[in-house]
Design a protein around this ligand. Structure first.
Ligand SMILES: C[S@@+](CC[C@H](N)C(=O)[O-])C[C@H]1O[C@@H](n2cnc3c(N)ncnc32)[C@H](O)[C@@H]1O
Length: 227
């Protein structure tokens, strides 16, 4: 049984009742298991009203559950929060990483990259626990060494009319720039998947599939784990 098996959905939690988790907690070997489960509940309570109705909710829940089960966290995001409260539009992913850093105990570092100065200014104001760096993602990723990343969240370069191929190519370039440095077990996630052939991860999905790496979750947010 893995830690993942012990994390419950809100509905399951309500059915079971939190007090019945205690014996399961003991056998997991994690003394703070109740804390980890309740932290996920807190995440749901805070973000479901904002994101629960959007296609990203499933992906964010999947990622946060997985990240909360880890002891230390290194998160790197390309494309930062550029507009306050744009939950249904951009998704405000940076707010979620910021929340994790604020609430989860432990050694946690979060970096969010954006080449646009205005976007960086907004994110710095809104996400006080995130290192927001005003950099071109590919240049920065190419020069990273010795970071044991847990999540790379790829959300730069808008998938907009007439620029679809550019957006897909850009994402592949980002992933290629950092691939060698990613440890086994690192989550790789992409926003904006419209269907298997449209959206930012359309080429990334094909490339990784050719390498035998299929998504753990293929939703509007696609999530892979590096073998
Ligand atoms: C969709 S927004 C990011 C949204 C954010 N992750 C959120 O959920 O609110 C995309 C961002 O990528 C940035 N971007 C585009 N090309 C980039 C590049 N080469 N390097 C870094 N950032 C880039 C844009 O400036 C824009 O702010």
């Amino acid at each position: 049984m893995t830690l993942d098996d012990l994390l419950f959905t809100s509905a399951e939690m309500q059915q079971i009742g939190i007090q019945h988790l205690a014996p399961i907690v003991d056998i997991s070997g994690h003394a703070d298991m109740t804390e980890r489960v309740s932290l996920f509940e807190s995440f749901v309570a805070e973000f479901e009203p904002l994101l629960g109705h959007t296609p990203r909710w499933e992906g964010f829940c999947f990622i946060v559950r997985e990240l909360l089960s880890r002891d230390t966290l290194r998160i790197l995001e390309t494309g930062t929060l550029r507009k306050v409260g744009n939950w249904a539009g951009d998704g405000c992913s940076t707010k979620i990483w910021d929340w994790i850093k604020e609430h989860k105990v432990g050694d946690i570092q979060i970096v969010s990259l954006d080449s646009d100065r205005q976007a960086c200014a907004v994110a710095r104001e809104e996400c006080k626990h995130v290192w927001v760096l005003c950099k071109d993602s590919i240049t920065y990723l190419r020069n990273i060494t010795d970071v044991q990343l847990d999540l790379v969240y790829l959300d730069s370069y808008d998938y907009s009319p007439g620029r679809e191929t550019n957006a897909c190519m850009h994402q592949v370039a980002e992933l290629a720039s950092i691939w060698e440095q990613l440890p086994s077990g690192c989550l790789i996630a992409s926003d904006d998947s419209h269907n298997p052939d449209q959206g930012k991860p359309a080429l990334t999905r094909r490339l990784l599939s050719m390498l035998g790496i299929e998504p753990l979750l293929d939703s509007y947010i696609v999530v892979w784990k590096k073998p």
